[in-house]
Design a protein around this ligand. Structure first.
Ligand code: ZN
Length: 256
C-alpha cells in the first residue's frame, strides 16, 4: 500500500486518535526511510516498483516538454510486469508515478485526473480507491498494490491546519477496514508493506522545493520532506531504500 506524502510527524503524536496505525505499530515494524534521492513523487514511486535508482530509470517529472510522460516512455520493467510474465495474479491500483495514476489489470478512473484538489475529490478518492481495493483483495491476488494520493494534495495546501489530522483519521479508518476487518492480516502467509514516497514539512523547511509557492489553487503551506514512513508486517526482507520494496516483492513471489 502506498500513501503518497504520509508522515510520522502527523501519525506518531496522534496514535491515540489513529487506531489502525497504532495497531500496525504494535504488530509490525514501523520505521523511517531517509531518502538519498530527490523526494519527488514520480521518481520515488518509479524506484519503489522498478527497483531502479533515479539514475537508472531517469524518470523524475510528470511532464516533459509540453507533454505528460506515459508508462511507455519509462524504459523499465515494474514488479507487476515481471510477476505477470511469471504467471502470477497481480492487480495494481492508482500508482502515482505518472499522471493520471497508473493501474494494471484493473479498470479504474483516477479521481480528479490523479490530482484531487478539493474536499469532495479527496473524499471521493478515499472511497473509490478503498472500495476497489476491497473488491480486488477478495479476488485473492498474489500481489495487490494500491495507492492513495490525497494526503499529498491536502498537505501542500493545508499543512499545519487541524483538517490535516482529520484526513489522516478518515484514511486510518479505511485502511483498518481493508486490512483488519477483511481478515487479511489474520492469514499468516499474507505480508503487508505500507510505504510513502516522501514525508512532509512546512514549505520553507523542505530541503528541496518541489512546487512553486503560488499555484493556480492558492499559496502552498507544505512541501516534501526526505523522511518517508515504512510499515512492514510479516515481512522477511530488510527494506533500507525505496528500491528495496521491489526486491522484497520479487522475493515474496518466489522469483529470482
Ligand atoms: Zn508524493
Amino acid at each position: 500500500m502506498g500513501i503518497d506524502a504520509a508522515t510520522w510527524r502527523v501519525i506518531k503524536p496522534n496514535l491515540d486518535r489513529l487506531p489502525t496505525f497504532r495497531r500496525l505499530c504494535q504488530i509490525g515494524e514501523c520505521r523511517e526511510l531517509v531518502l538519498k534521492e530527490k523526494p519527488v513523487s514520480p521518481s520515488v514511486w518509479c524506484g519503489i516498483f522498478s527497483g531502479k535508482t533515479p539514475k537508472e530509470h531517469r524518470h523524475d517529472s510528470f511532464v516533459v516538454g509540453d507533454r505528460l510522460v506515459r508508462r511507455e516512455d519509462i524504459k523499465v520493467d515494474f514488479i507487476w510486469d515481471i510477476l505477470h510474465r511469471a504467471g502470477k495474479k497481480v492487480k495494481v491500483l492508482n500508482v502515482p508515478f505518472i499522471v493520471p495514476p497508473y493501474s494494471f489489470g484493473v479498470d479504474f478512473r483516477p479521481v480528479g485526473f490523479g490530482l484531487p484538489t478539493n474536499e469532495k475529490e479527496w473524499q471521493e478518492e478515499l472511497e473509490r480507491v478503498s472500495e476497489k481495493a476491497r473488491e480486488l483483495l477478495a479476488e485473492k491476488p498474489d500481489l495487490l498494490i494500491i495507492c492513495y494520493t490525497l494526503l499529498d494534495r491536502i498537505q501542500h495546501f493545508h499543512w499545519g491546519e487541524d483538517c490535516v489530522l482529520e484526513w489522516y483519521r478518515k484514511l486510518d479508518g479505511k485502511i483498518g477496514e481493508l486490512i483488519f476487518d477483511t481478515g487479511f492480516l489474520r492469514e499468516k502467509q499474507n505480508k503487508l508493506i505500507i510505504i510513502s514516497d516522501h514525508g512532509f514539512c512546512s514549505f520553507g523547511e523542505a530541503k528541496i522545493q518541489t512546487l512553486p509557492l503560488k499555484s493556480e489553487w492558492g499559496e502552498l503551506k507544505g512541501d516534501h520532506h526526505e523522511n518517508a514512513p515504512l510499515i512492514a508486517v510479516n515481512l522477511d526482507y530488510e527494506i533500507e531504500r525505496p528500491q528495496d520494496v521491489f526486491f522484497a516483492l520479487k522475493k515474496g513471489a518466489g522469483i529470482k
